[in-house]
Design a protein around this ligand. Structure first.
Ligand code: PBG
Length: 332
């Protein structure tokens, strides 16, 4: 049989590690990552979260140690989820969240940057992200915004570097920006959960924060989180948040909504954050546990995809491994 010779067109670029490294146009830096952390008031010792391998809910004491280890691993940026003791209908007590931030900032000062998630879902007895109206059929948008603004000021006074509203009420970014400025916090940034979809993939997180909706009438978050079937709503919501003063626009979940990341990347000049949420993280962890994927390489592949889509910032439960995986162990 005659040997056919095919000319090499693209494979020269893939032919060895040096060539692949040299020609890669996606370069991931651990500096682009934010590590989520959980602190629960009622806990006496750290608690593991089902599905979220390697992530604990900390106590006020142990979060200091968690952050110390993270700093050693090159992590300096955090997204904090405080879980208070008391669940109420309204007029919430935000003092635990303030205490956590004060303690962290007193210990680490500006060696770390901390964004505080701003939402009412771990404060309300309904598990909803805002305050229910009189017959519990809807959230009261404006009353919820007023409460969120109060909370934002508490977090800012406690020392948060950034406020990250995840509630999805209308008008909250403008209201929070205005109030922060009035109180002299004009250098505190807002990372808006700008395109936050109503998703199945928040399951492990809700376990961590005891924040599943449990109201008899309003059973889910579909009246305030964005429908997976509505791309235009996502873009409009994100641009609206930008106009209202958001400094960073977040898309969440990350992997399933890369169309939104890439559209925002091309039409907005604000930095885009992609939140690889608890269910997305857990899917990789489950595959890795079964020996079906290489854990580090799978996470890195996701991060590369998010960067290709246009994410500038990645929020990942595996952020604390990024430096080791990317620099020290050089996964391919
Ligand atoms: C609170 C909030 C949620 C997440 C971040 N902030 C859950 C929800 O909206 O139910 C999800 C994060 C994750 O799954 O990792 N509103």
């Amino acid at each position: 049989m005659e040997q056919i010779k095919y000319s090499s067109t693209q494979r020269r670029l893939r032919s060895n590690l040096h060539m692949r490294d040299l020609t890669a146009n996606v370069k991931i830096s651990h500096k682009s990552f934010i590590q989520p952390i959980f602190v629960e008031e009622a806990l006496e010792s750290p608690r593991a979260i089902q599905g979220l391998k390697g992530i604990n809910v900390d106590t006020l004491e142990t979060v200091i140690e968690t952050i110390a280890l993270d700093i050693q691993q090159g992590v300096h940026k955090f997204l904090l989820f405080p879980v208070p003791n008391k669940k109420l209908e309204n007029s919430f007590d935000f003092s635990f969240a303030a205490e956590v931030i004060q303690k962290i900032k007193k210990t680490y000062s500006d060696n770390i940057w901390i964004a505080a998630d701003l939402c009412l879902c771990s404060y309300t007895n309904s598990g909803h992200c805002g305050i229910l109206n009189h017959d519990h059929s809807q959230l009261n948008n404006d009353q919820s915004v007023q409460e969120l603004v109060k909370y934002a000021i508490v977090l800012a006074k406690a020392g948060a570097d950034c406020i990250a509203p995840s509630d999805m009420m209308d008008g909250r970014i403008a209201a929070i920006r205005k109030s922060l400025d009035q109180f002299g916090f004009d250098q505190i940034s807002i990372m808006s959960y700008a395109a936050k979809f109503s998703s199945q993939f928040y399951g492990p997180f809700r376990d961590a924060c005891h924040s599943s909706p449990n109201s008899t009438k309003l059973k889910d978050r579909k009246t305030y989180q964005i429908s997976p079937f509505n791309q235009k709503d996502a873009i409009a919501s994100a641009l609206r948040d930008e106009q209202e003063g958001a400094d960073i626009l977040m898309v969440k979940p990350a992997c399933l909504y890369q169309d939104i990341i890439s559209t925002l990347h091309s039409i907005s000049n604000k930095p885009i954050a992609a939140y690889h949420v608890s269910g997305e993280y857990a899917s990789i962890e489950l595959l890795a546990e079964q020996g079906l994927v290489n854990r580090a390489a799978a996470h890195i592949e996701v991060w590369a995809a998010l960067q290709r889509s246009g994410a500038d910032i990645i929020i990942s439960y595996a952020a604390r491994h990024a430096y080791r995986w990317l620099v020290l162990e050089e996964q391919e």
